[in-house]
Design a protein. Structure first.
Length: 265
């Protein structure tokens, strides 16, 4: 890659040593896409269908065909950047899988799993910039392949972004909901230091903090610490399946307060 231009790299169709070496590297990259496809076969054989997401199927199904077009018609040209960057990312990714397969004693060191997806998304942003720059530069490289590579990067960016949201952000929200449910079920609440009266935590033991002009409000309810702000947000968003009987009593309380405040607003 010492002779490679990241701004504009036309395809060298000659039989020079450099051109042949680049073409050979592209063919090895093409073969690697079929090796990566083996994990899909293993998932099917082991009946791990939950691992076969839309992202997984599209990614491993589209890439061999896409790489074949590139290797067949533009080996070693501007698109080589994508293959080089993608190989680097996959080396890190499969290194993670190797460490994970060595046993549970290493799992505590694999906290960086979610950053693999972030790395994938950064990769596709770089590929987009690298490919679409040729739309503004006079370069002897097929314009059709500029769009082919660039749009692949756009598609995979959104697929990986959606996967990240599904796999990590929703799991974090579910964990937060479970934590709140456990707190309420066990009689533990956030932001509280005073005694409990009728199942509600009273800040500094002052029952008057629950009332304003003789009526309870969400603000006073929170100041008392009976529910965290996050719980109120969940209830306001329509979440009503935290679970236990204690939770349902809290929810009923918050629902009534919300309804009253919304009518007054």
């Amino acid at each position: 890659m010492t002779h490679y231009s990241y701004r504009c790299q036309p395809v060298d169709y000659s039989f020079s040593p450099i051109a042949l070496r680049m073409a050979k590297g592209c063919w090895w990259y093409y073969i690697s896409k079929f090796i990566e496809f083996l994990d899909t076969i293993f998932f099917v054989l082991r009946k791990k269908n939950d691992h076969l997401s839309n992202l997984h199927i599209i990614h491993h199904g589209v890439m061999p065909m896409s790489v074949w077009f590139g290797v067949k018609f533009t080996p070693g040209g501007h698109s080589s950047f994508f293959g080089l960057l993608n190989t680097f990312v996959h080396v890190i990714m499969y290194s993670y899988y190797l460490l994970a397969a060595l046993g549970p004693q290493l799992h505590k060191y694999l906290w960086w799993k979610k950053y693999l997806t972030v790395l994938q998304m950064v990769q596709f942003v770089l590929v987009m910039v690298h490919a679409f720059q040729l739309l503004f530069i006079d370069c002897n490289y097929p314009r059709a392949f500029v769009w082919w590579i660039g749009m692949h990067a756009v598609m995979f960016y959104f697929l990986f972004s959606d996967f990240y949201k599904q796999a990590y952000k929703k799991k974090a929200l579910a964990a937060e909901r479970k934590r709140l449910a456990d707190q309420l079920a066990n009689g533990k609440v956030d932001r509280c230091s005073g005694p409990v009266t009728n199942g509600h935590h009273i800040k500094n033991g002052d029952a008057a903090t629950y009332h304003q002009a003789g009526k309870p409000t969400i603000a006073s309810f929170l100041n008392g610490g009976a529910l965290s702000q996050r719980t109120v947000e969940l209830v306001r968003a329509g979440y009503s399946s935290l679970g236990s009987a204690a939770t349902l009593r809290h929810q009923s309380r918050v629902h009534s307060l919300l309804s009253e405040e919304e009518r007054q607003s």
